[in-house]
Design a protein around this ligand. Structure first.
Ligand code: NAD
Length: 469
């Protein structure tokens, strides 16, 4: 059995205790994870605080080089990282590899970013310049759907811009984060990166800690509210990437089969456990039947299996709690719509729910209103665009969304009326570290990615000089 260790002040350390990590494809514990107590949390935050001045003073080219070294080291161990992700998260191995490669890309993209001083004014007797300075200690809290890339999305901009970090993975997917910690321990100076694990007890303590300057949180809207509340006392800087209920709008000029294939992929990838997965599809009445039939065909043909098995396309739900939540949602869906594929958990070990398609479902069904975060897609019919937009926007969430059309101008006009941070036209989840990604409404606060996302790990400082004649 692999000996997993946390990373505190440059040392790979055992926890005060341990807990079991379950493979969601079997429902069985397959590894023991070290668990930090409050004293270890203190040590981790203290180490990050002490390491901050030295790291902030290290030239950005050197910080970026070291982050690049982490990317290179991960690339050399790509198979090990992918296998670890599949074992603890459940996703098929090719998708796990994709997540590792994406994480390497994120580190390289932020490694290439720079924050040049911005000249605000330069005239006789006056020079005003805005500089960017790191914030201090960042608390990075990560969910279980993309345990590696969502961690790296915080690690890379935080470190390149000169902050130190304490990372806390989700309790059900801590092991790939510990592999990452092992890689960092050989490359990054002591205290700059710390990784501690918990079973949900330490997140609140970390976010409330007075020595933490910035919280970067990805997870549910419900927990996001708690994070925001705990940041209030110290007026900490926060970035919250929260839940979504993304709509996919199919316009009437598409080939129904082709669009159905895309919508299916967008709803079922990672067993639907993606913040920007397609969570409700809106299809014109003229092509509704054909569209639903194609979705049902794809659902029945999909290979649902242990992600470690060759050919598996859809893995299990990541944990028992999520499996029970989606199973319950399915039960509550029966009276609201007509299930034409899937519909109940598979009779086997592990947390498997097959791809499920629900048609003729009403707008007020829990499956339409709530974030399902599972492989269950409601398909809704529409007649005219104006009422469609009102239906789509009737949501507390506003993360992403997709529109399918041959006419980009028409799709853009519709997109401009949808209340979300991003709309993808004729493509799925084209998230890129160079492009800002943000939620509106209760899907989040702040930005990840792009120069704007990079800036979130800094404080702007204006130097306003009167220049002697
Ligand atoms: P979660 O909110 O249950 O947990 C996320 C993390 O928060 C875990 O590490 C958990 O231990 C920690 N935590 C728990 N209680 C805490 C507290 N009081 N204070 C601080 N941290 C605490 O979320 P989840 O179920 O792991 O993830 C799924 C959710 O994440 C979905 O809603 C999904 O849409 C969202 N998500 C959003 C994005 C995005 O970029 N917007 C990306 C991925 C996932």
């Amino acid at each position: 059995m692999t000996e997993y260790a946390m990373l505190i002040d440059g040392d790979r350390v055992q926890g005060a205790s341990t807990f079991g990590v379950v493979n969601p494809a079997t429902g069985q514990v397959f590894a023991q994870c070290p668990k930090a107590d409050e004293a270890q949390l203190e040590l981790a935050v203290g180490a990050a605080r002490r390491a901050f001045p030295g790291w902030a003073a290290t030239p950005i080219d050197e910080r970026s080089r070291l982050v690049g070294e982490v990317a290179n080291a991960m690339e050399r161990r790509i198979d090990e990282f992918a296998a670890s992700l599949t074992a603890e998260q459940g996703k098929p191995l090719d998708q796990a590899r994709g997540e590792v490669m994406g994480s390497i890309g994120v580190m390289r993209a932020f490694g290439a970013m720079r924050q040049e001083p911005r000249k605000l004014m330069e005239e006789a007797g006056k020079r005003v310049t805005e500089y960017r300075r790191p914030l201090g200690v960042v608390a990075a809290i990560v969910p279980w759907n993309f345990p590696l890339i969502l961690l790296v999305n915080k690690f890379a901009p935080a470190l390149v811009s000169g902050n130190t970090i304490v990372i806390k993975p989700a309790p059900t997917t801590p092991l790939t984060a510990l592999l990452f910690a092992e890689v960092c321990s050989d490359i990054i100076p002591a205290g700059v990166v710390n990784v501690i694990c918990d079973e949900n007890e330490l997140g609140g303590k970390l976010t409330a800690h007075p020595e933490v300057d910035k919280i970067s949180f990805t997870g549910s809207t419900e927990t996001g509210r708690k994070v925001m509340a705990s940041a209030a006392a110290g007026l900490k800087r926060i970035t919250l990437e929260l839940g979504g209920n993304d709509a996919s709008i199919v316009l009437d000029d598409v080939d129904p089969k082709e669009a159905a294939g895309q919508v299916f992929a967008g709803a079922m990838r990672n067993a639907g456990q993606i913040c920007v997965a397609i969570k409700r599809a809106y299809v014109p009445a003229t092509i509704y039947d054909e569209f639903c039939e194609e979705l049902a065909r794809l659902a029945k043909e999909a290979i649902v299996d242990d992600g470690a098995k060759q050919g598996a396309q859809i893995g299990p739900l990541q944990n028992r709690q999520q499996f029970e939540k989606v199973s319950d949602l399915l039960d509550r869906t029966r009276e609201h719509g007509h299930i034409i594929a899937g519909g109940s958990a598979l009779d086997r070990e592990g947390f498997f729910i097959p791809p499920t398609i629900v048609r003729d479902i009403d707008d007020d069904a829990p499956l339409v209103r709530e974030e399902q975060f599972g492989p269950v897609l409601p398909v809704l019919k529409y007649d005219d665009i104006d009422s469609l937009i009102e239906r789509v926007n009737r949501s507390e969430y506003g993360l992403g969304g997709t529109i399918w059309s041959r006419d980009i101008d028409r799709a853009t006009e519709v997109a401009l009326r949808i209340e979300t941070g991003t709309i993808w036209i004729n493509q799925l989840m084209a998230i890129d570290p160079r492009i800002p990604f943000r939620g509106t409404k209760q899907s989040g606060i702040g930005v990840e990615g792009g120069l704007e996302g990079f800036h979130e790990y800094t404080q702007a400082q204006v130097i306003n000089a009167a220049v002697p004649a």
